[in-house]
Design a protein around this ligand. Sequence first.
Ligand code: SF4
Ligand code: SF4
Ligand code: SF4
Length: 480
Amino acid sequence: MPEFFINGQPVHAEPGQTVLQAALAAGHYIPYFCWHPNLSVAGNCRMCIVDVEDGKGGTWSDIACNMPVDEGMKVLTETESVQKRRKETLQLILLNHPVDCGICDKAGECMLQDQHYDYHGERPVSFEPKVTATKFHSLSERIVIDNERCICCSRCTRFTAEVSKSNSLAIQFRADHSLVRASEDGAFERDAYSDNVIDICPVGALLSKDFLYRSRVWYLKPTPSVCPGCERGCAVNIWHRKPEWKLNALDPRRNASIDRVTPLENPAVNGPWICNKGRDLAKILERPRAEQALLKGKPAELAAAIAQARDLVAAAKRPVALVSSWGSNEELAAFKATLGGRFASFVKADWAPLPGEVVEDDVLIKPDKNPNRRAAQGLFGAAPIAFPEGTDLVLVWGEGFAFSGLPRGAKVIFLNSYLQPENGHADVFLPISVQTERSGHYTNFEGTVSAFRACFARKPTVVDAEALFAALATRERAAA
Ligand code: SF4
Ligand code: SF4
Ligand code: SF4
């Protein structure tokens, strides 16, 4: 393990590390734009320049991102010449930069903003008009680019070449005419991971059309969660309005809705990336909700519907349960503990791949579009659904089962979160909470357990499945 020195302090580097990697790992910050820990080294922004003592009383300068650590080398990161070069780099970057932070979605999490305040902090050096470029050029249905803000770091082009492998972005032309553009074959449109370039763009050049001008980021807070879009179970942050910045005049539903989803780095599951389906969780979790209990299709009080369901469970002779593969580990365990001995249980797939969806690839996406089938099958087995002769009650937990397949004459208790026609066809329909309204864990296809936390309160007419199972298991008519 080579030892070298940063500003006179000894630092141990892993074999093969660059000065920038070893410095950051040891807590010595060196600024950068184009370097990214999960991409190749481009070395084009020149922001990470440092001095190295030459052993003869002088120094030489080079970029830390491309400089291998050498035993005993003495690196200086805060000398006058280093600071001067950083400032010159920022002056060059800002020469044509529009500095429209007031309307820029990246403001508040922009590396250029931060480094301008840390290392530059002065007015532009040029009195010439800035070179203009396209402000809103559509790269795909999902992403727009503001070329004036682009600092040509090439992170986005390296991402499509090295991670998503679509090779769909490139830089056209030179110098202050450079433009990031998508290839004309539509590969960027088809890139299932394209939105990651929005996160890794160090400035506000690459913008999500969905999130465009939706909110300043400082009004939002992230809640750690797990994407339920497939059995990979990527760690994500669900961003939503901070309670202290609640909207009073605009649509109040915006105070309890998903504003954006970003990856939450987890080396054991998804590294720093997620696919675009994970970005679109609002399209899954914020479909029209079922918030009213029903008895044979007619609205009923939640407590009355639970009591009716409990009576059906108590009276049944051969009850069958179709267990949700979207239930959390806690909900599955609660069902097993309270009703598992009463029901013959089969695990069902709540979701199947949608038309046009990428079913599987060698980056992250897995073919099973249910986040917790492994845990469910661990508790209830993997046998295909089969209704024994004489089945007189079926408890259907979650979506995805066609009611036409139910045994004739059996009573039905249906637990679902969304407004769907089947809700009215059950003897008892009970609306249950969704993932953003409760906390829990999923176990992914490799057995890795990940936690998700509640973002929003559930409505009082909606019940948590975990509590519901205990209520269904007792004959006492206490309210759930
Ligand atoms: S990219 Fe950064 S510095 Fe440029 S306008 Fe946006 S927030 Fe401001
Ligand atoms: S769009 Fe962003 S990530 Fe791509 S080259 Fe420009 S600054 Fe870098
Ligand atoms: S790979 Fe699967 S779990 Fe990960 S973000 Fe995409 S759909 Fe969600």
